[in-house]
Design a protein around this ligand. Structure first.
Ligand code: SAH
Ligand code: SF4
Length: 362
């Protein structure tokens, strides 16, 4: 795609091998990574403990420039969205969610970032803005990693929790996702613990099983959104490939291998999946896996006809789960007013033709 790869695409041992080819010392790789991940410089020229010659060689073979941020919404103490332009003039978005105790983990001072893994999405769930215009491409490793660095530098916040819930299906970009997580997790990289990294998937069953074999203790969230095949396949076409039973059995396998609790994400959509019989089925599945349930009131997406249920209906559904012994919460979308569901800001921007044609993207 680009003539030079980004330095953020590479792991430490890859830079070490590259240095060996250039007849440079191995430990230089750690120096380079210290500059980009600790000191956060964005030019090889600033790496003052490297020789001029090495800086020039790095510069001629790799990119190190930050992703340009072309739009921001939100305010300091609420959810903030960042829209980034990629070199091929496509867009991705990242969302910064301050203090989200009910989301993932318990600490109230959590700074969570919601990261994208693809441009668009091929899975076409009926509630989701990310899939509306189909899939364009997978993100490169560095494009995933850089979202964290960029949001930290633009917001001045230190991120300590990552959810792969932005645009795209993370498990459909499996290799790049795992490599990005390696870099995010490593001491020589961003240095965020695996238990503070959550992958959300619409249910790619074989990949969930593969992920269960990975040594890292990432957390897994499943976008369930329907507790029976009949309801789920109205909402998520992927259910025709991997039905609820096969998904639940992959989750059970993951849980057993990792000894970890899984989270079910369940968007409440008025009259579509919020009837009490779904609450009963959902309780059965959650209890079987000892899974936690996150209810998410549907966020209206332009061009889609579904609605968010009344607060009353939401509470009735929640109470039904709790009565059945399920650990369930309702996630109040803090950023409803700024189109918080991932994919929505990008959609607005790509539909705004005057913006797409403007100089903002250079
Ligand atoms: N492809 C992965 C990761 C994308 S995130 C997956 O499907 O799990 C998907 C999540 O974004 C959903 O589970 C939901 O939490 C949120 N989301 C997307 N569209 C939404 C909408 N219209 N209203 C509320 N939440 C939405
Ligand atoms: Fe893709 Fe996830 Fe959106 Fe479904 S919910 S279309 S899998 S991003």
């Amino acid at each position: 795609m680009q003539e030079r790869p980004s330095i953020y695409d590479l792991s430490l041992d890859e830079v070490e091998s590259w240095l060996a080819v250039k007849r440079e010392a191995r430990y230089r790789a750690r120096q380079v990574f210290r500059w980009i991940y600790q000191r956060r410089v964005s030019r090889f020229q600033e790496m003052s403990d490297l020789s001029e010659c090495l800086r020039q060689t790095l510069n001629s073979e790799f990119r190190v420039e930050p992703l340009p941020c072309v739009r921001q919404t939100g305010s300091e103490d609420s959810t903030r969205k960042f829209l980034f332009a990629l070199p091929d003039r496509t867009f991705i978005e990242s969302v910064l969610i301050p203090a989200s105790p009910a989301l993932y983990g318990s600490a109230a001072d959590r700074k969570t970032i919601c990261v994208s893994t693809q441009v668009g999405c091929a899975f076409g769930c009926k509630f989701c803005a990310s899939g509306l215009d189909g899939w364009t491409r997978n993100l490169e490793v560095g494009e995933i990693v850089q979202q964290i660095l960029r949001v930290e530098s633009l917001s001045g916040e230190k991120i300590n929790n990552i959810v792969f819930m932005g645009m795209g299906e993370p498990l459909a970009n499996y290799e790049n996702l795992l490599k990005a997580i390696e870099i995010i997790n490593a001491g020589w990289g961003v240095g965020i613990g695996a238990r503070h990294i959550t992958i959300s998937t619409s249910g790619l069953v074989p990949r969930i099983r593969e992920l269960a074999e990975q040594p890292l203790q990432m957390r897994l969230a499943i976008s369930l959104h329907g507790a029976t095949d009949e309801v789920r396949q109205k909402i998520m076409p992927i259910n025709r490939r991997f039905n609820v039973a096969s998904l639940v059995s992959a989750c059970a396998y993951y849980r057993e291998r990792k000894r970890q609790r899984i989270t079910f994400e369940y968007i409440l959509i008025d009259q579509v999946n919020d009837r009490l019989d779904q609450a009963v089925e959902l309780s059965r599945l959650a209890n079987r896996l000892e899974a936690k349930v996150n209810l998410i009131p549907y966020n209206t997406v332009e061009g889609l006809s579904w609605k968010r249920p009344s607060e009353m209906r939401q509470r009735v559904f929640l109470r039904a789960l709790r009565r059945n012994g399920v650990d369930a919460t309702i996630r109040r979308e803090k950023g409803h007013d700024i189109d918080a569901a991932c994919g929505q800001l990008r959609l607005q921007v790509i539909r705004d033709k005057s913006f797409a044609a403007s100089d903002n993207l250079r």
